[in-house]
Write a protein that binds this ligand. Structure first.
Ligand code: ADP
Ligand code: ADP
Length: 226
């Protein structure tokens, strides 16, 4: 089953050269799909269009078979994790985790239950009453991932989630994300410019260049034949 389907998707920001040009691709259920390519090639734009944070100039996006071009971000069955974590600084970790669920009017008991599960999964139970400024970079990133997990979305979207971490934490979080992907049986679209991340995490890798898909395939297939 296709969780995400893009058909001839293009994006041109006002008065600029096209950022994404006629991209068609399908993300399978439980697939870990990684988008790579040089800075400015359109990775983020593509991800943000799936999230609904940017409008599509042309083409169609479906999530779980449902066309979403006109569906606002909040009502798409996706959760996004940002490079800069995007946590609310005035809220505790617990409040940050609860926010998106309250917004969607989930019952309190379910919110509490989901936060407990996610906190246990990510090993952040001890941090629930802290504010983001009282956390390390790695801990903040865990909370950002937790905020996505509690939503139980059909699709997780990651935009360079590890690039603000030091090398040791990056390796550690990379392993955790691979582990989470298995345990949650999650469907993931993941943007990075790091080839090691792409190789170790991706079931398939999409290589983008100047807004277009240049290559697509499993890691070994791509990097064996440069
Ligand atoms: P990547 O994520 O691969 O670095 P982006 O999707 O951020 O690439 O950018 C693709 C192209 O679109 C670049 O030329 C960039 O300058 C342009 N772009 C990105 N965001 C905007 C924006 N909000 N307004 C205008 N142009 C943008
Ligand atoms: P979710 O859809 O997972 O519930 P949120 O409601 O937390 O996500 O966030 C919705 C939007 O608000 C996102 O686009 C996110 O980038 C933005 N956002 C989240 N936290 C902050 C923040 N501290 N400052 C500015 N924007 C934020």
């Amino acid at each position: 089953m296709a969780e995400v389907d893009l058909q001839h998707v293009s994006k041109t920001y006002d008065g600029n050269i096209p950022a994404v040009v006629d991209v068609s691709l399908t993300v399978a259920d439980q697939e870990f799909l990684v988008l790579v390519g040089p800075s400015g090639c359109g990775k983020s734009t593509l991800l943000r269009m799936i999230a609904g944070l940017e409008e599509v100039t042309d083409g169609t996006i479906c999530i779980g078979e449902r066309p979403v071009n006109n569906v606002p971000p909040k009502d798409r069955d996706v959760a996004m994790v940002f490079q800069n974590y995007a946590l609310y600084p005035h809220m505790t970790v617990q409040q940050n985790l609860a926010f998106g669920l309250k917004l969607r009017k989930l019952p309190k008991t379910q919110i509490a239950e989901r936060i407990q599960q996610a906190a246990a999964l990510l090993g952040i139970e001890e941090l629930l009453q802290r504010k983001p400024r009282e956390l390390s970079g790695g801990q903040r990133q865990r909370v950002a991932v937790g905020r996505a997990i509690v939503r139980k979305p059909a699709v997780f979207l990651f935009d360079e989630p590890l690039s603000n971490l030091d090398a040791r934490r990056r390796t550690e979080m990379r392993r955790e994300l691979a582990d989470l992907h298995r345990r949650l049986e999650a469907t993931i679209v993941y943007v990075t410019h790091d080839q090691v991340e792409a190789m170790t995490l991706g079931d398939r890798i999409v290589v983008m260049n100047e807004g277009q898909v240049q290559q697509i395939g499993p890691p070994l297939e791509l990097y064996d034949h440069p």
